[in-house]
Ligand binder design. Structure first.
Ligand code: DGY
Length: 325
């Protein structure tokens, strides 16, 4: 009989599917992630692991799990918490959830652009604190999204969904990728170098995966190239941005503001300087947090897990090279 460890309670429809299958199911019952030592202990001897982006899956964990481990299925599209090379080397396919969350993340990205530019949270906090005294000609003003130049770093599934939405705002869209995207023309997006994107954009929005190549892609040099009126939006991964450099750029007025849904580490301490700056709009990694999207992600994670346990090819595999031999 297959043994499976699920590192968090999933939404009902997904949980019910797992409970209906003939397997020994261990589900971490706490609202927070299992501590690493507990993860090592519970993974030992399992055939399948269903993980979240808060679980560190490295070679040590794979060794602790043992050679019978057949599949890791993550309820997220990003798998930067998983050592993919170590999984591939052991012949373990890793499932993930591309596509189903692109629209929800794109919706949130547009929301974050407007909330940051138009200072929603600052105005809301002022109102609650009794600081709304009158209508002022230039009170709580900020730049427009409509008519702006938006630079998309990473025109993949989520970047494309952002570009589609932006068409309704009459913006000029620039993008930078490892290579040109063949659908860019129909999205009205123009390929430019990374430096040109930084120098020309009023909004720079990040949609690239977090890899060793994109670590601190937005650091002091990149921030120095951006306009003093520019807004940085990050709904990708915290590690794509050098947070210390960002704090400095926001404090010194090198850029205007930032809208951030992702941080290093997560959760970010409430004392972190980023959360003390008036020109930061911060959200706790909720890009995909629509009810329907999270249920679809959980269902997709179950699809991948069950396929892997049955020895079938995962419908959505993050390391397809595992099937090459
Ligand atoms: C992902 O799936 O990688 C997101 O960051 C969480 O939805």
């Amino acid at each position: 009989m297959n043994h499976v460890f699920v590192t968090r309670l999933l939404p009902d429809p997904a949980m019910q599917r797992l409970q209906a299958v003939d397997l020994v199911l261990d589900v971490w019952p706490e609202p927070g992630p299992p501590p690493y030592d507990e993860l090592l202990r519970r993974a030992s001897g399992v055939h399948g692991l269903l993980t979240l982006l808060t679980d560190r899956i490295n070679a040590r964990l794979l060794d602790a799990a043992g050679p019978q481990l057949r599949v890791i299925s993550q309820m997220a599209v990003g798998v930067d918490n998983i050592d993919l090379a170590a999984c591939t080397a052991r012949g373990i396919p890793v499932g993930h959830t591309p596509g189903v969350l692109s629209d929800a993340v794109a919706d949130l990205t547009i929301g974050l652009m407007i909330a940051t530019a138009r200072r929603f949270f600052e105005a809301h906090a002022d109102m609650r604190a009794g600081r709304w005294r009158t209508w002022e000609p230039m009170g709580w003003t900020g730049p427009d999204l409509h008519g702006a130049t938006v630079g998309i770093v990473g025109l993949g599934r989520i970047g494309e969904a952002v570009a589609r939405r932006l068409q309704g705002f009459g913006v000029r869209i620039l993008y930078h990728n490892r290579g040109p995207n063949p659908r860019a023309g129909e999205l009205g997006a123009t390929y430019v170098s990374f430096d040109e994107l930084l120098e020309s954009s009023d909004f720079v929005t990040l949609h690239c995966p977090y890899t060793p190549e994109t670590h601190h892609l937005i650091g002091a040099d990149a921030l120095a190239r951006m306009k003093p009126s520019a807004i940085l939006i990050n709904t990708a991964r915290g590690g794509v941005v050098d947070q210390d450099a960002l704090v400095e750029a926001l404090r010194s007025g090198q850029i205007l503001a930032a809208g951030l849904d992702v941080f290093t580490p997560e959760p970010l301490s409430p004392d972190h300087p980023l959360l003390r700056l008036p020109n930061v709009t911060a959200l706790p990694h909720i890009g995909s947090a629509s009810i329907a999207t999270r249920i679809k992600m959980a269902q997709m994670a179950v699809d991948n897990l069950l396929a892997g346990l049955a020895g079938q090819r995962l419908p959505h595999c993050a390391n397809p090279e595992v099937y090459e031999n």
